[in-house]
Ligand binder design. Sequence first.
Ligand SMILES: Cc1cc2nc3c(=O)[nH]c(=O)nc-3n(C[C@H](O)[C@H](O)[C@H](O)COP(=O)(O)OP(=O)(O)OC[C@H]3O[C@@H](n4cnc5c(N)ncnc54)[C@H](O)[C@@H]3O)c2cc1C
Length: 456
Amino acid sequence: MARILQADYLVVGAGALGMGFADALVDHSESARVVLVDRRSGVGGHWLEAYPFVRLHQSSCFYGVASSLLGGGALQTSGPEAGLQERASQPEIVAYYARVLDRLVGTGRVDFLPDSDFDGHRTVTSRVTGEHVEVSESCRIVNAHYLAPTIPAEVPPPFAVSEGARVLPVNDLVGLEDEPSQYVVVGSGKTATDAIVWLLARGTDPDAICWVRPRDPWMLDRARVQPDPSIFFGLAADLMQSVAVSSSLEDAFLRLEDAGVMLRVDRSVAPTMAKAPTLARWELDELRTVEDVVRHGHVRSVSRGRLDLSDGSVRIAEDALVVHCAADGLKNPPLVPIWRPADITLQPVRAGFPSFGAALAGYVEATRTDDVEKNRVCGPSGYGNSLQQWAAMNLLGTRNAQAFSSEPAIKEWADGVALNPARVPPGHPGSAALDDARARLAEHTAPALAKLAAYC
Ligand SMILES: Cc1cc2nc3c(=O)[nH]c(=O)nc-3n(C[C@H](O)[C@H](O)[C@H](O)COP(=O)(O)OP(=O)(O)OC[C@H]3O[C@@H](n4cnc5c(N)ncnc54)[C@H](O)[C@@H]3O)c2cc1C
């Protein structure tokens, strides 16, 4: 017999989205009882298994839960990013979510079931004891893993590995004892760029790195994605203006590059990937020192001294270490309404800021009763991947922001939450740059949305 859990919500997944939703829901409802469940042994989701040298690619203040500012809003005071907001490291993120859980449990309204699998219906099974627990029919299921990223530590490389070839997930770079004569980094995303920057920082010769980049990525200049309203609204205005006057989606990205918003490693190659993580210019300089770039499609197999790819083969050193950075990362399943009869499926709302989207969904769930109305004010925007998906994400994200911002109570809440990048905090003195950005947004947003709709 399964034990019955008394709860109003079963939140499946205690990563950024589940924690962000639960935090706002508990704070803005009078009595909601929440059970958080995760098959991992703690809260924080994929960060628990992330490579040790990872940091947030965005400012800490844009990540976490609404009730507690990750990193305290501090600026970096030294190093190549001095003046930019702090970016939390993996241990800092994990410790932060542990403190958030303590606070939630301390309310007396939240329980956490670690090491436990949700079966897709109403039952949770402990991976340790095998015990089953059930939630009642009235308990709402919150799917907080719909867009959970896959990471190299947890999925095998998407290519065959012959005996004698050395392939390691990115996590295992740290602590490596026998240095190879060549590192072959496989992947085009943030994990690959992190691995290369880390290798270079510890003295690896750039010529000892081969970068297998099936696609070239567009990335956002980190200095432009900062919580100062003059900076963030300037970014949004440049985005809308560049798209509004563009003749094609590719042209829009080139205009964004000219406006200092988008970065690419190689200016002679047209990127086809736009997950658009942020990158600092010093990192870009470092990445550009790696000249051995392989663009023959995806790796099919690795054998000693050789890579076979979808569009050709290349020789690598006999002792080469192939670094697996080729997990999917962000997911792109079809977007679904956040509120459906069967569940609440958490997804980003404003483009590119998943923690804010989860908190907003929690706030809306706590303060409204009608699911149709909740979906009207809080729609999903997903993640980017191809240029077209980036266009769709920005189109939906902007429409969603227009919808929730036109609701006075939601706008007031969102203006007080640091996770929301596009806010002018109460008491902000204003600036000429902010006025200029707002004027350009007013002029260019409608034509830009029409272009984005045509591009995706
Ligand atoms: C390396 C990296 C860096 C990133 N940096 C940033 C950043 O700087 N800023 C930003 O905004 N985004 C960033 N992201 C994007 C990412 O979307 C967010 O980090 C976010 O943490 C994802 O949270 P999530 O809750 O969707 O997924 P997860 O963190 O994966 O959490 C989902 C949880 O659900 C659990 N689960 C799934 N199915 C079940 C089940 N059936 N039963 C029980 N438990 C289940 C999993 O165990 C998991 O812990 C980054 C992503 C990666 C990979």
